[in-house]
Design a protein around this ligand. Structure first.
Ligand SMILES: C[S@@+](CC[C@H](N)C(=O)[O-])C[C@H]1O[C@@H](n2cnc3c(N)ncnc32)[C@H](O)[C@@H]1O
Length: 254
């Protein structure tokens, strides 16, 4: 049976631990800073954020330090329950920060009263963004979206086989999606009530050059999964990753 693309996240305990360590050590990822900056420059008023694939909530401290437009509440939803547990322990007693197990493929099960949906580095790796975008379109309480995802000139579904020397279940399990979408497709999903802008990714090429996962040298599962810059482009293994920020605002009707 073909899995829905989330299978490898459950096998990827090294990467899951990397995210927890970032939270514990106060590491500010470039993409977290960029996300916080785009929220600050594009949103106003109180934000009740729902972060799909938010891991243990390591973006929240960066957003909280940056956003001055109003009060913040933050809810991270992730399929990995170890993130939910870690985040709950880390932010214990912190008002307005919460966690739940859930999937961006079933957004209605996670959404309560949030007016701002964010997601970083997760949407390319799920089977489809259509359930999320249709949910956003149909829920008038959602005013903003900010996503870091792959945006190009055509819609491309990419399945990366993750095993170096096993091919029995190729493209049925042990694969990772790296899907690219167009602005036109996102606009088509969201409909005419949404104003969308594509903004540059913000990253430090030198820092990315140094980026390594501890397991990448000894375990082929990781070897083709670490991002590396080639000039101004980011590659992961053989794949060009056109990372962009998508900023969306629901049009206000008088
Ligand atoms: C590449 S990590 C990104 C984490 C964080 N947003 C960041 O940018 O550092 C992807 C995260 O999405 C989660 N994830 C994968 N599939 C998901 C799904 N269908 N719904 C919600 N979260 C998912 C993974 O467990 C993981 O924590």
């Amino acid at each position: 049976m073909t899995d829905d693309g989330s299978g490898y996240f459950f096998k990827d305990t090294h990467y899951s631990d990397v995210l927890k360590t970032r939270l514990k050590d106060g590491v500010e990822m470039d993409s977290a800073r960029a996300m916080a900056g785009y929220l600050q420059s594009n949103c106003s008023g109180d934000l009740r954020i729902l972060d799909f694939g938010g891991g243990p909530g390591h973006y929240f401290p960066v957003i909280a330090r940056t956003y001055t437009g109003g009060r913040l509440a933050y809810h991270s939803v992730d399929i990995d329950e170890t993130h939910v547990q870690f985040g709950q322990d880390h932010f214990h007693g912190h008002d307005g920060v919460s966690f739940a197990v859930g999937s961006v493929l079933e957004p209605g099960a996670s959404h309560t009263n949030q007016n701002c949906i964010i997601s970083a580095n997760t949407l390319p790796h799920v089977q489809s963004v259509q359930p999320l975008l249709h949910y956003v379109r149909d829920n008038a309480s959602i005013e903003y979206v900010v996503f870091r995802m792959l945006i190009g000139n055509e819609c491309v579904q990419i399945k990366k086989h993750l095993l170096e020397d096993q091919f029995d279940a190729m493209y049925a399990s042990d694969f990772q999606y790296n899907n690219i979408y167009t602005l036109k497709y996102l606009q088509w999903c969201l409909g005419p009530d949404w104003q969308l802008d594509i903004k540059d990714d913000v990253f430090d090429a030198e820092r990315l050059q140094q980026h390594r996962l501890p397991a990448q040298d000894s375990d082929p599962f990781y070897a083709n999964r670490v991002s590396r810059p080639v000039g101004q482009m980011i590659f992961k293994g053989d794949i060009y990753m056109p990372w962009r920020f998508v900023i969306g605002r629901r049009n206000k009707h008088p």
